[in-house]
Design a protein around this ligand. Structure first.
Ligand SMILES: [Zn+2]
Length: 311
């Protein structure tokens, strides 16, 4: 019986979600504080430290602290490179936190939030026991994470798997990143809303919410189905690129929009995938919804991923 536990912290734009998690993914205790992202970096990392210190019970054998945040990170130096919502640019989070912790000797592992969710799926969720898979998370935006031979791929600058900004329509909708036709402009909450605006979909003379669009698609509304088809085509295109590059055994679809639209978009996306790559790349491939329940769980998985790598 493995009695070790890890502390997982997900620093989002609105809340700092923390959990004390055992090796099997059981959440033993949770603690949340508001991020208050408009305050100074010092006050934000003090709140992160408060959450960690609350969860770090002396009676529990804590193995380490996993922290996830938006944007690219350097996991080796513990630096958040560009978390726009938090106002962090090249911010040495791990070094800033350590002096504030009750136990400053604990290992701290920092990772991008979507990569942490991917590892959460590998250690506790839908990709348990799978060493090669891709996690695709259409939420407000579109993020992804890839695990190859059991290791998360981070890339030279911490920006591997920025799948949201692969151009799937050369002359498509302009994106905030400066490119036109990015996958995120079709396959995300913002993408669904952009589709509604482009095709003139209204509910009670108002722009619809993403939930409105999904419900209308379930009721076979023509424009809503077109928006879903755009999302499905973007997903198929992204999966085809990932399949050709990484030859995964599994795609895990997470994110609020990805899970809510799974049955609406995956069949068409799968057809697009099959049209785009040769059969060896998809014949043994499965596509499943994510099941790990919390972002802090994914952050805790960072600790086990790191410790397992050291064995
Ligand atoms: Zn873009």
């Amino acid at each position: 019986m493995d009695h070790r536990v890890a502390i997982g912290i997900d620093v989002g734009g609105t809340k700092i979600a923390g959990a004390l998690v055992d090796r099997n993914g059981n959440i033993l205790r949770q603690e949340t504080q508001p991020t208050l992202a408009n305050e100074s970096p010092e006050s934000i990392h003090q709140r992160i430290a408060d959450v960690i210190n609350t969860l770090n019970e002396p009676t529990q054998p804590v193995s380490g602290i996993g922290i996830s945040c938006p944007g690219p990170v350097n996991p080796f130096t513990g630096v958040a490179l560009n978390a726009v919502n938090l106002g962090w640019k090249n911010y040495p989070l791990s070094a800033q936190l350590r002096p504030l912790l009750h136990n400053p000797s604990l290992p701290i592992v920092l990772q991008n939030d979507v990569n942490a969710l991917a590892l959460g799926e590998m250690i506790y969720g839908a990709a348990k026991g799978v060493s090669d898979f891709v996690y695709i998370a259409p939420g407000t935006g579109l993020g992804g994470g890839a695990v190859s031979s059991g290791r998360i791929i981070t890339g030279a600058g911490g920006s591997a798997m920025e799948i949201g900004h692969i151009a799937v329509h050369r002359n498509g909708r302009p994106c905030r990143c400066g490119v036109n036709g990015c996958a995120e402009q079709y396959l995300s909450g913002n993408g669904l809303l952009a589709g509604a605006a482009e095709y003139g979909l209204f509910v009670d003379n108002q722009p619809p919410t993403t939930q409105d669009i999904i419900q209308l698609a379930r009721n076979h509304h023509e424009i809503a189905l077109r928006i879903m088809s755009d999302a499905a085509q973007a997903l198929g295109e992204v999966m085809a690129m990932c399949a050709a590059l990484l030859n995964p055994a599994l795609f895990v679809i997470g994110g609020g929009i990805g899970l809510a639209c799974f049955d609406l978009i995956v069949p068409e996306a799968t057809r697009r995938l099959h049209q785009s790559v040769f059969p060896n790349l998809y014949s043994a491939l499965t596509i499943v919804p994510a099941i790990a329940s919390s972002s802090a769980l994914g952050s805790a998985a960072l600790v086990w991923h790191e410790l397992d790598a050291q064995l």
